[in-house]
Design a protein around this ligand. Sequence first.
Ligand code: ADP
Ligand code: MG
Length: 700
Amino acid sequence: MPLDTTIEYLKGVGPQRADTLKKELFIFTFGDLLVHYPFRYIDRTRFHTIRDLQTEGEQVQLRGILRRLEVLGEGRAKRLTATLRDESGVIELVWFQGIQWVEKSLMVGKEYIAFGRINAFNGRFNITHPEMEEATPDNLQKPRTYEPVYSTTDKLVQKGLDAKGLRKTMRTLLDVLKPADLPETLPDNLLEAYRLMGRWEALQKIHFPENQQESEAAARRLKFEELFFLQLRILQSRQLRKDTVKGFVFEQLGDFFNRFYAEKLPFELTGAQKRVLKEIRVDLRAGRQMNRLVQGDVGSGKTVVALITMLMALDNGFQACLMAPTEILAQQHFIGLSALLGDLGVNIGFLSGSIKGKKREAILAQLCTGEMQIVIGTHALIEDWVVFQNLGLSVIDEQHRFGVEQRSKLWRKSQGLPPHVLVMTATPIPRTLAMTLYGDLDVSVIDELPPGRKPITTMHKTEAHRLRVQGIMREEIAKGRQVYVVYPMIEETEKMDLQNLMSGYEALSRDFPMPEYQISIVHGKMKAADKEYEMQRFVRQETQIMVATTVIEVGVNVPNASVMVIENAERFGLSQLHQLRGRVGRGAEQSFCILLTGHKLSADGRERIQTMVGTNDGFVIAEADLRLRGPGNIEGTQQSGMLHFRIADLARDGQILTAAREIAITILQQDPGLRTPAYMRLRQYLDATAKESKIWSRIS
Ligand code: ADP
Ligand code: MG
């Protein structure tokens, strides 16, 4: 197979360049080079109009009259500027180097073809160091090109593999390959129905298109292929699991469930909570292991859904456990759920690394005999010596905080069949990511907040407004409310961050002096017991202000808190900011989130802050996060190799992904094993690539 040929043997490559290609770009074979797709194109097939320029960084070709030409500034700021005017508008051209020569070669009043990259400067576009050609009839008739640009590295450039060199190498490769080397992978009727380019053609045109339409059509085909086969794999493995992994049948709703519902539940469930519980109930009776992800925004009430599900397990004679990522959160769940259950007669316990000695032994013994029906805890729950009598359900809260390995350990905690698994996440996940990352789970969404919540008011403030911010804090504390003040704590700069936090704490202690005000402080360097003590003081309302690093980010529930002040807010990611904000607004009162930043913000930083100020909707925020950071950086996705796409982009290709998934579902419904001749190509391709495709670890 030519595609498997070592890259060294491609004409013009040879051992040295091959070596660098391997080291720098992981290109070992012809096939690897073939899928080193261009990341953009230089379009000189057409002229852009000045008024329609939009994208910073884009390379454009303009045609217009040179209107002005002058040297400005002194010394290092010295530059040659000119303006180019076409029918639609004017743009500035700038040169910092070769000023004299450029000035001499250009003439005001003549028409030019200018080519270069758009910059944004002081809110306006300009082009620095454009290539200039006079717009003579000869020049205008020269063939205009549409050229691929490949990512390269310094080392490759040294070996002659710059943009041009790579282009030439790619041309050589495509000339060597024949259609038979790149067989079609998609069924003909699918190609027709979705107007997809054939594979051979697409691979030619992605590298050497004539124009933008062609490159886009080629990209669409290749993106579809990439997403479609991934979805086929995900859906097949999900089906396989459903067919093969049997589960306990929780046939009945019993006393626990009924009495809890009738006597204990302090509020009416929201429509969304009820719907999700119904979905869970269907799973639990199906005779298959449940693997369900419950997505719901912060404060949407996932905990009570988890509790009711646990009661279903108890009603059928099984034990249940709930695992949370931090001690504080697990404690809170334990306290909160115990209070909710009241005198229902459920034996519920707490287990974490800090439970030791006799207490620990007693809990372990009760889990082993089945006496303890529900256990809430931390990672301690997955230790080998935690043995259940008959674990029927594992709930994992804030699942993105756990590694895949940790989650999968809970699977093996029951004898015989695996327990049902319910994972809950408070970080809304963009739809496209969910389809991919959690594509093999069933997903339920709690898309409704409990009634009576006032939307949180979010403000952006800078240092200059600090007095005003303190004013808001004072007003709220005077009303009996509590305040969080959060500082960033990012590991590499931990020392400085700690200093920041401590000096912030000292300043606050001066502005909010004892005994009128009491302040809690919690940070990562404190002992667990001290943290706990400080947290509890805040929970019991003995302190009015909680100064903390992001340790409080996850799940803490103090409904009386109404102000969240976030220091250096520009340093937090969007999902973190959203999580933090979710710590307030849990009572019926108006709550505030104040984002404090420096004066100067990066473009990204500004967009994050504006997004936060503009919306409370976690899904909107998740989409913005995906756009800003790309899928690989979204929390909880880092370990996942499945997000390394060759060409697809989950932030942009939502429509293609949705189509790919729907088509994959339809095809698998008709023919789960892909046995019919029409789907031969699909099966062949899946088989051929089975090894190299990383099979993602299952989530639970
Ligand atoms: P999260 O989804 O972020 O885990 P929680 O489960 O902690 O949210 O719920 C947040 C708060 O909302 C809790 O105080 C809980 O008691 C309350 N709550 C949950 N469901 C309802 C409901 N249907 N009506 C009123 N309050 C509710
Ligand atoms: Mg929660």
